[in-house]
Design a protein around this ligand. Structure first.
Ligand SMILES: Cc1cc2nc3c(=O)[nH]c(=O)nc-3n(C[C@H](O)[C@H](O)[C@H](O)COP(=O)(O)OP(=O)(O)OC[C@H]3O[C@@H](n4cnc5c(N)ncnc54)[C@H](O)[C@@H]3O)c2cc1C
Length: 379
């Protein structure tokens, strides 16, 4: 009998896992991949959309392209997860699994930051990025703040990338001299586990006249005063606020009772939850790596190896190292890569490559290779 696997969420984690299981098990697999959306997009494409570098349609990849042995995609919203019974309810039916994998990512709680919806903007949701694409051309002078409201948040380099790309955007429009850019971050440096990458980003900020405000969170926006209220009570007036909203698990995950302190706890070595036959990967977990696609993908590789080993009765695979390489846009078409390893040593280590034209090309190939592997698309 084919192994019945149900994967919830077709993001980085769900897509990589589905691909690996299909490659290894083929028709010995009976996998249902469920997502409420009809398309995928890379997290970083929100920056492309926001700054008008690509259209929304150009960055969407339809799930209708998924055609893999042993795999069926269902566009349905998951409405309940019974982890004990490995049973999932959606708006289209009920699914029972031998192996259940929760890869539902992180949602946003915009209302958790008072005033953000009324007086600011967020660039972390696709809709937020699309709204900013319309709003940004109207910003021609004054103070722009890129601000983080809460931790943890996806892709720690993204706020830095946003500030650097905003510099380019304003420069290209000839208004940079009449604008100030500040970035408010909860850390002392942009990427704490990677000192060299942080140094490179800080140098890029200095070079471009971007003010880095370390060790602070934006707690609220005062729409009447056009001011960001920081966690030390101080106020920063702004003319444009680009926020990173509070993150949380999707409602259905919170209601499932699988979370502790807001996220699904998993074993660091194999991503198993405390429920037999149930794994969780990616942003929805508290595994201890940053919330980023490359880490979701890395975790999915470990889960795939574990499921395949159990199906074949072979030895357990090597444990998860929590390592990954994230691309960082430095502006002017220049991309670097920060490689971080969270679990191999006593503390996380990180290094930077580039920015260089070679890494810019590597990022393009990163996206293209996922489109090929996950969706069978040649371009
Ligand atoms: C501006 C920005 C830039 C980024 N840049 C990078 C980068 O350069 N590199 C990088 O590695 N990461 C980057 N990220 C982070 C990256 O996008 C996420 O960390 C990654 O997508 C997480 O993968 P995941 O599989 O855990 O979850 P996701 O990719 O979020 O997938 C979760 C899926 O679950 C689905 N879902 C949720 N709830 C339900 C439900 N109830 N029913 C059905 N389906 C549901 C969603 O539709 C979604 O498709 C960036 C993020 C942002 C916001």
């Amino acid at each position: 009998m084919a192994l019945k696997v149900v994967v919830l969420g077709a993001g980085f984690g769900g897509l990589e896992l589905t691909t690996l299981l299909s490659e290894a098990l083929g028709n010995d697999l009976d996998l249902t991949l469920i997502d409420k959306s009809d398309h995928f997009y890379f997290g970083y494409s929100k920056l492309d959309v926001m700054f008008g570098r690509k259209t929304a349609d150009a960055v969407r990849v339809s799930y209708s392209n998924i055609a893999k042995p042993g795999v069926r995609f269902r566009q349905e919203a998951v409405t309940a997860i019974d982890a004990d019974a490995r049973r999932v309810t959606t708006d289209g039916g009920t699914y029972d699994a031998d192996v259940l994998v929760v890869a539902l990512g992180a949602d946003y709680d915009i209302a958790a930051t008072p005033g953000l919806a009324e007086g600011g903007n967020e660039f972390y949701s696709f809709a937020g990025a699309e709204r900013l694409r319309e709003a940004l051309p109207k910003f021609t002078s004054g103070h722009a703040i890129v601000g983080v409201t809460s931790t943890p948040f996806k892709c720690p380099p993204a706020p830095s990338e946003c500030a650097l790309l905003l510099h380019d955007y304003l420069t290209e429009r000839g208004v940079r001299d009449s604008c100030q850019i500040s970035i408010v971050m909860p850390f002392g440096v942009p990427i704490p586990p990677a000192p060299e990458a942080s140094k490179a980003l800080m140098a890029a900020f200095v070079e471009r006249g971007i003010t880095f405000v370390p060790g602070k969170l934006v707690r609220a926006i005062d729409p009447a005063k056009h001011a960001a209220i920081l966690d030390d009570g101080s106020e920063m007036p702004f003319d444009l606020f680009l926020g990173v909203p509070k993150h949380l698990v999707p409602d259905v995950v919170a209601a499932s009772g699988m979370t502790e302190d807001g996220w699904i706890p998993v074993s660091r070595s194999d991503l198993k939850t405390k429920y037999p036959g149930v794994y969780a990967v990616g942003d929805v977990t508290s595994v201890g790596t940053p919330k980023a696609g490359v880490f979701s993908e890395g975790a999915a590789k470990i889960v795939a190896a574990s499921i395949i080993a159990e199906a074949r009765g072979t030895a357990s695979p090597a444990g998860y190292k929590g390592d990954g390489g994230c691309y960082i846009e430095f502006g002017a078409g220049s991309v670097g890569r920060v490689d971080v390893d969270f679990f191999s040593g006593p503390s996380p280590t990180g290094s930077i490559s580039g920015p260089s034209p070679a890494i810019t090309a590597e990022k393009d190939e990163f996206g293209a290779s996922r489109r090929r592997r996950w969706f069978g698309l040649s371009e």
